[in-house]
Design a protein around this ligand. Structure first.
Ligand code: SAH
Ligand code: SF4
Length: 414
């Protein structure tokens, strides 16, 4: 680690078309890109992580190579975490280039790499092939390494306290664009670069940019790659994958039908419809009672405890009566509450609750018998919350950009 100021690692212009032609905007609160916009969203090149092993064999054959090369290539990517053709010495040189060109295109270009906590927290802002920006965060702990991935460029759900929600949805990420964020950081973990942590990435949370259940098919395919044993996938445990949702009820029901032991996190943020309609606009469609019922159905089907996410916002949702109401809704359920001190977004009128108010909120929930924790706020100085780094990059002229005081203490990762 160095104490260099923020380092612009890649100053190159975006590789693909930028601007309106390649950007799909949707109305806030809508789960899918608008029909016309969907056609304009530029798809990334095909990557082996978009395909299962059977599909990869067919793709390899179509490139004029023997089918067993699919397993070799997959082993390099998922098993050895290698993407450089020069390191694939069991593949003849001519085939190597053809195969990597056809099945291992570069999907993510790092634009900025930031680190804090002595390198235990790392954040990368990626530029995608069409110029869209997304981010991923790695958090190293003594017993595990977790990566927080993005599932969409932007988000169409419009939650007013969230930086990602302010910019609207650009597009869904492809399966491989999601998987590649994880594989990339699995390589960082394997290099031993994360201090005081195991050298293996073990946990994935879909808590970066985007609403994962609004990009359902690609997120599910990505999860299937992450849990498939090598060489088909990364071999992660289902239980170590958390899908966080704003509460898209039909998609939550579909998730329960998948027969997977994933952890579900529900971003509730208010126990009453009046306030939730404002904080989480999709609540105007699926009410608190509906999303909680979907969560309990998920818990019953999977046996998995649901995590109720609640960003504590000063004088907005942190009152004692709301803690009591939340406690009544959750008592006796297979759930725990994860309180998140609000990370204020640029220009927002909202702030985190004072610590005594937070403590009282926790006390009341626990008194109601609801297991409650307060989320670790590490990485705040590298714009750790959802979409904040990308938001500051998208608005370089804003006073909250990377050169501003919010950047204090950030370090460029080497
Ligand atoms: N779209 C999904 C997953 C991504 S957001 C969802 O909303 O659940 C991941 C979590 O970060 C959510 O619980 C979200 O409410 C929370 N979050 C977003 N902006 C935040 C902020 N400024 N401060 C604290 N938490 C925030
Ligand atoms: Fe989208 Fe989640 Fe942000 Fe809401 S909190 S705008 S659902 S990313």
């Amino acid at each position: 680690m160095t104490t260099l100021p923020i380092l612009e690692l890649t100053a190159a212009p975006p590789a693909g078309p930028r601007g309106d032609a390649g950007v799909a905007h949707v109305a806030r609160g809508s789960a899918e890109p608008a029909a016309g916009a969907r056609h304009r969203a530029a798809l990334p090149p095909r990557h082996l992580a978009d395909l299962d092993l059977i599909g990869r064999r067919a793709a390899v054959a179509a490139l004029g190579e023997r089918e067993f090369r699919a397993a070799q290539l997959s082993h390099h990517y998922f098993g050895r975490l290698v993407r450089d053709p020069a390191q694939m010495t069991d593949v003849p040189v001519a085939a190597r280039d053809r195969l990597t060109e056809g099945l291992l295109p570069n999907l993510l270009t790092p634009v900025r790499k930031l680190a804090c906590d002595g390198g235990a927290t790392r954040k990368t802002l990626w530029r995608l092939h069409d110029g869209s920006l997304v981010e991923s965060v790695l958090m190293g702990y003594p017993d595990r390494i977790t990566i927080c991935v993005s599932s969409q460029a932007g988000c169409g759900m419009g939650c007013p306290f969230c930086a990602t929600g302010q910019a609207g949805l650009t597009r869904n990420l492809s399966t491989a664009e999601i998987v590649d964020q994880v594989v990339w950081f699995a390589g960082v973990a394997a290099s031993g670069a994360v201090p005081h942590s195991p050298a293996r990435l073990s946990h994935v949370v879909f808590m970066g940019m985007g609403e994962p259940l609004a990009n359902y098919p690609r997120v599910m395919q990505a999860i299937r790659r992450l849990i498939a044993p090598p060489p088909e996938g990364l071999g992660l445990s289902q239980r170590h994958i958390t899908v966080s949702t704003v509460g898209l009820v039909p998609a939550m029901q579909r998730l329960a039908d998948e027969d997977l032991a994933l952890t579900l996190a529900l971003s509730l943020h208010a126990p009453d419809d009046d306030l939730r309609d404002e904080l989480v606009p999709v609540n105007q469609r699926w009410k608190v009672a509906d999303v909680l019922q979907a969560a309990w159905d998920y818990a019953a089907r999977t046996g998995r405890r649901v995590s109720i996410e609640y960003a504590l916002i000063r004088d907005v949702n942190d009152q004692a009566w709301r803690a009591d109401l939340l406690g009544r809704l959750l008592t006796g359920r297979l759930a725990h509450v994860n309180l998140i001190p609000l990370n204020p977004t640029p220009g927002s009128r909202w702030d985190a609750s004072p610590k005594p108010v937070e403590r009282e909120f926790v006390r009341r929930l626990r008194a109601a018998g609801v297991p409650t924790t307060v989320r670790d706020t590490r990485g705040r100085e590298i714009d750790g919350a959802c979409g904040q780094l990308a938001a500051s990059e998208i608005e370089p002229g804003s006073t909250t950009g990377l050169a501003s005081s919010r950047g204090r203490g950030r370090k460029a990762e080497q």
